[in-house]
Design a protein around this ligand. Structure first.
Ligand code: SAH
Length: 672
C-alpha cells in the first residue's frame, strides 16, 4: 500500500505530498533504532544474564516452576537468556510489530520456540487465564524499559500494571531495583544551554549590553530531559558543589506506584558557588543483594575499568529554575518531583520550607517566556557563544550603513537586535521576538511591498538558523527564502552570509560505529536476523541517508583531510540545475573508515566565516574538535575498511555528492 504524506520540506520550505510506502516509518524506526547499540552493550548483557540466572535459581530452589514475563522483548534476548538458564516457560511481550516478528524468527533460529511465546501486544493489553495470552501469572519479571531518565519510556506505569495483573505476589524481578543519583554543580557551559547571557555590543556610540527580559530570567524552562554523554564534558567545564547522593530508588519486585510524587534530600555543599545544575544518572541492581550492578555513573565517580560505552543510556542534565548561591557547610534541600514519565528539580535553603510539605508543588515546570519553546538547549548555547556573536558583529559593521534597509530571515535570531544597536535604521524581520523591529508574520514567498512600506531591501541577513533543520544543509532554506524575496531586493543588495560551503571528511569513530554495526552473536545467541533487518531498513531508500549527531559527544579521528565539496552562492538565486561533485580523498592515517562527516560553513562576508563543524584536528593522532552547538551529518559506510598499515589501505575514498535544487536533498555515494 502507498500513502500520501504531507510534510514541509525543511530545506525548500515547500509543502510537499510524498508518496510513502506504508513500511517507510517502520524502516525509519528500525534503521535509527537503539537495538544494535543495546546488543553491543556487553556490560548490560552480561549483567542481565547473571541476574536472570540467579532469579531462576532462587525460584527453582523454592521448588516452583520458573514462569518468566519479559516485557519489551525486542530481539527476544532476555527471554532466551531465561530459557537457557532453565526457566520452564517465557512470555515475551513486544508492542512493536516488526520487532515482535523478528523475535519470533530469532527465538526459532536459536531453538527456543517451545519455551518462549512471543506476544505482539502492549503489556497492558495482555490477558491471563486458560484462554488468555498467558496461562497463569509469572513469578519472574524481566524488563529493560529504561531510558536515560529511567522512567521516560513508561517503565513505572508498565510495572504498576504488571504487578496488578500479570505477575504473582513476591515475584523475582530482574532488575531488582533502580537507584537515581544526583550531584549539584555550577557550570557556565551547561547553564548557557538554559539562559540567555547578556550580549556586549561595541557600537559606535559606546558599549551596549543586550539583556534578556526578566520573564526569561525567571522562567523555569521546559521539563524535557537534557540527556548527554556526560563523559565528554571535561572536568574544567563544571565545579562540583555536593557529593553524589541517592535521590530515590524503585524496588521492581514489589507493587510500583506511578502517580506523581516527590523525594527530598539534604545536601551539604562541599564548596561555595552558584547552584545551577543537577547532574543525574542511575544504576540497576540485577539481584536483591546488589552484587550485580550496572551503572551509568560518569568518569569522575567510577573506575575506568567499569567503563562501558553506550548511547541508549547516558546521563541527565537538569537545570534548576534559578541559580542559587550556596555556601560550603550550609545545608540545602534538593527536591526531585516526578510524574509518570519525567523528573524535575528544585533547591530550597530553609529547613522550614522542608518541613512544610504543602509547599511542595508537584506540577511540572511550564515555560513562561516562550524562549525555551523556540530555542532548544544547543541553540541557547549557540546564541551565548561570544566568539560566534563577534563574527556576526564584525560582519554587520562591514555591511551596515545608516540608511540600510534590512530584512532578516532566521528563526529566533538576535541579528536584528545586534544590527539595530550597530546602527541600522530600518529593520524588517521574518518571524518574531523583539519589538523595536518590525516583525512580519509572513512566509518569505508571501512577502509584499506593503509589508516593507514600499522600500527595497539593501541588506538581507540570516544566520542562517531554522528550528526545522535537522541536517546541516536544511539551513539552506535561507537560500530558498532569499530566492522568494528577490523582487524586493535592491539591485546592489548585500546578502549576509554571502555563501555557504559543504565540507566532508572520512573518520574513524571511537564508539559511535556501534549504533549501526551488526552484532552477529550476542552472549551466545544468534541475533543475525536483527542485523539483517537493520541493514534492510538502512538500504530501504535507494541511497543511504546521512544522520545528524552532535559530534562533540562522540570522539572520532580524521582519516582524511577535510575537503570542501560544494558551495552555495546566496548572492544568486537557487539554480535550476543540480550541483554535483565527484572526487576522491586520500586516506592519511591508518584506522577504520566508519563513515564520512559533513558540515556547513557560512561565509558571512569576504573574510569572516562561521563554521558549524570541524573546529580543529587537535593532534597528530587526528583527534577532532567539533562545534559544540551544532549537529553534524554522519554518513555510515555499509562496510568498514580496516587496516593495520597504511600500505594495505585503499589509498583513497571516492565520492559523488549531488544537491538537487528541486527537493533540497543532498544525495551521496562513497566507494572504498
Ligand atoms: N529486551 C530487549 C529490548 C529492550 S528495548 C533487550 O533487552 O535487548 C525495549 C522494547 O520494549 C522495545 O522494543 C519496545 O517496543 C518495547 N516496549 C516498551 N514498553 C512496552 C510495553 N509496555 N509492552 C510491550 N512492549 C514494550
Amino acid at each position: 500500500m502507498k500513502t500520501f504524506c504531507g510534510r514541509a520540506n525543511p530545506t525548500t520550505g515547500a509543502m510537499e505530498w510524498l508518496e510513502e510506502d506504508e513500511d517507510y516509518d517502520y524502516h525509519q524506526e528500525i534503521a535509527r533504532s537503539r537495538y544494535a547499540d543495546m546488543l553491543h552493550d556487553k556490560d548490560r548483557n552480561v549483567k542481565y544474564y547473571q541476574g536472570i540466572r540467579a532469579a531462576v535459581s532462587r525460584v527453582k530452589e523454592r521448588g516452583e516452576k520458573a514462569i518468566v514475563l519479559d516485557i519489551g522483548t525486542g530481539t527476544g534476548l532476555l527471554s532466551m537468556m531465561a530459557a537457557s538458564a532453565g526457566a520452564d516457560f517465557c512470555y515475551a511481550i513486544e508492542v512493536f510489530k516488526p520487532m515482535a516478528n523478528a523475535a519470533v524468527k530469532i527465538v526459532e533460529k536459536n531453538g527456543f520456540s517451545d519455551k518462549i511465546k512471543v506476544i505482539n501486544k502492549h503489556s497492558t493489553e495482555v490477558t491471563v487465564g486458560p484462554d488468555g495470552d498467558m496461562q497463569c501469572r509469572a513469578n519472574i519479571l524481566v524488563t529493560e524499559l529504561f531510558d536515560t531518565e529511567l522512567i521516560g519510556e513508561g517503565a513505572l506505569p508498565t510495572y504498576e500494571h504488571a504487578h496488578k495483573y500479570l505477575v504473582q505476589e513476591g515475584c523475582e524481578a530482574v532488575p531488582h531495583r533502580a537507584t537515581v543519583y544526583v550531584q549539584l554543580v555550577e557550570s557556565k557551559r551547561m547553564w548557557s544551554w538554559n539562559k540567555l547571557f547578556p550580549v556586549h555590543v561595541e557600537a559606535a556610540d559606546g558599549e551596549k549590553i543586550i539583556v534578556s527580559p526578566s520573564e526569561m530570567e525567571n522562567c523555569p524552562g521546559v521539563p524535557s530531559v537534557c540527556d548527554i554523554q556526560l563523559n565528554q564534558m571535561p572536568s574544567s567545564d563544571f565545579t562540583i558543589l555536593s557529593d553524589v547522593v541517592t535521590m530515590f530508588s524503585v524496588d521492581f519486585s514489589k507493587p510500583v506506584k506511578s502517580a506523581s510524587t516527590y523525594y527530598r534530600v539534604q545536601l551539604d555543599p562541599v564548596k561555595s558557588g552558584k547552584a545551577q545544575i543537577v547532574l543525574s544518572w542511575w544504576d540497576i541492581d540485577m539481584d536483591p543483594s546488589g552484587m550485580i550492578n550496572c551503572t551509568m555513573a560518569p568518569y569522575w565517580v567510577k573506575s575506568a575499568s567499569a567503563f562501558q560505552w553506550r548511547d541508549h543510556w547516558m546521563q541527565c542534565v537538569y537545570f534548576l529554575p534559578n541559580e542559587e548561591p550556596v555556601l560550603q557547610g550550609e545545608k540545602v534541600y534538593l527536591t526531585a518531583c516526578r510524574d509518570e514519565y519525567s523528573v524535575w528539580y528544585k533547591l530550597q535553603k530553609a529547613r522550614g520550607e522542608e518541613e512544610n510539605k504543602a509547599a511542595v508543588r508537584v506540577e511540572s515546570p511550564v515555560c513562561r517566556c516562550q524562549a525555551h519553546l523556540l530555542w532548544n538547549r544547543p541553540r541557547f548555547g549557540q546564541l551565548n557563544d561570544e566568539n560566534r556573536t563577534r563574527q556576526y558583529m564584525k560582519s554587520l559593521m562591514k555591511v551596515l550603513k545608516t540608511d540600510s534597509v534590512c530584512l532578516c530571515i532566521s528563526d529566533g535570531s538576535l541579528l536584528p537586535v545586534l544590527a539595530h544597536y550597530l546602527g541600522a535604521k530600518q529593520f524588517f524581520k521574518a518571524n518574531h521576538l523583539e519589538d523595536k523591529i518590525k516583525i512580519i508574520e509572513a512566509r518569505p514567498e508571501l512577502l509584499t511591498s506593503s509589508h516593507l512600506e514600499d522600500k527595497k531591501i539593501s541588506v538581507l541577513l540570516g544566520e542562517p538558523f531554522f528550528t526545522t533543520s535537522l541536517l546541516p544543509w536544511h539551513n539552506l532554506y535561507f537560500w530558498y527564502a532569499r530566492t522568494a524575496v528577490t523582487s524586493h531586493l535592491a539591485n546592489n543588495v548585500t546578502v549576509l552570509p554571502q555563501s555557504a560551503s559543504l565540507h566532508m571528511m572520512i573518520v574513524e569513530f571511537q564508539d559511535l560505529w556501534r549504533i549501526r554495526s551488526p552484532c552477529g552473536i550476542c552472549e551466545g545467541f544468534d541475533v543475525q536476523t536483527m542485523d539483517d533487518m537493520i541493514k534492510n531498513s538502512l538500504n530501504f531508500r535507494e541511497s543511504r541517508e546521512a544522520e545528524p549527531h552532535p559530534l562533540w559527544e562522540y570522539p572520532c579521528k580524521s582519516l582524511s583531510d577535510p575537503r570542501e565539496v560544494l558551495t552555495f552562492d546566496f548572492r544568486k538565486t537557487v539554480p535550476q540545475h543540480s550541483l554535483s561533485t565527484e572526487g576522491s580523498v586520500s586516506l592519511l592515517r591508518k584506522g577504520k573508515s566508519h563513515g564520512a562527516v559533513l558540515w556547513m560553513e557560512y561565509h558571512l562576508v569576504a573574510d569572516i566565516s562561521v563554521n558549524t563543524g570541524l573546529l580543529q584536528i587537535s593532534n597528530e593522532k587526528g583527534n577532532c574538535e567539533w562545534n559544540p552547538h551544532c549537529k553534524q551529518a554522519v554518513y555510515f559506510f555499509s562496510s568498514v575498511i580496516e587496516s593495520e598499515t597504511l600500505s594495505d589501505l585503499p589509498s583513497a575514498v571516492t565520492y559523488a555528492i549531488n544537491f538537487n535544487p528541486k527537493t533540497g536533498d543532498i544525495a551521496m555515494d562513497f566507494k572504498l
